[in-house]
Design a protein around this ligand. Sequence first.
Ligand code: SF4
Length: 322
Amino acid sequence: MKIGIPRALLFYEYSPLWIAFFSNLGAEVVLSEQTNKRVLHQGTQTTVDDACIPVKLYHGHVLNLKDKVDYIFVPRIMGVSKGDFICPKFCGIPEMIKNSLTDIPKMINTTIDFTKTDKHFNDTIIEIGKYITKDENKILSSYDSALSEFNLYKDKLKQGQLPTDTNNINIFESNNRKIMLMGHPYNIYDNFINMNVIKKLRDDQYDVITPEMIDDNITSEYALQYDGKIFWNFARKLIGSCLYEVEKKQIDGMIYICSFGCGIDSIVSEIVERRIRKANIPFMLITIDEHSGEAGFNTRLEAFTDMIKWRHNLENNLSTHG
Ligand code: SF4
């Protein structure tokens, strides 16, 4: 049996878990192509206009799997960490797909809530596994070994080994200047949509730090320093990472990749920018959508990285704006 996984949204966070799980059960896992012009075009043509670019890309990736698989894995994610909410788009994505796309393979659209009790979560895993086998013991043991692989992957990520989509670049291997790349994983690890920013920074001799390289317990602890209420799990991770870096002072600049039309980004980027600027760390916000052009992006990126170099070499670390 062939199970398709769209290379979009939480693929960039959980794909090693689900690929290992389905493979352990004996299914063949088929991934959609890496994001490219055609995937983007198909996504923007079929999604409601006011959706953010990651959701449009998700539609394009689902279409990319059409006629290639028996089932497409489009889970309804209701929660990933206790006490936080997830963006409602993740809860409604199966409905969006059902209503926007026709003639696609059947979906595995089980509701997944990582915050529920073990018993409840085991039932969820069994429900997903039953698309492939009736053997519940096999399903649970397949998930356990997939989870072990996933934990190893997360450890590697903390050491700077990025997902394979980022060309296996180890982004933190030297003592270069460091830039923190902020944003949702599907924006900072999808090379097409972020116009290869990680490679460009590495080629320019910058190390790159991402929120995934900081332990979740640390980011949650630092997020507590924020005096407002944080509702969203993405916001907790990003604000916690920002406050951690402000205290550690190990970065020379921060680039925030924000999705146009994302309510969470519009608030979090503002909070992050204020904290980072107050710490006298250069900050650049890049908003992406389907109209983003690479030439303009490159110009801004070069100006930003040049400014950091000048700041260090010529201005004795004084702010360029006085
Ligand atoms: S968090 Fe923002 S970018 Fe992500 S799916 Fe929701 S609206 Fe889109």
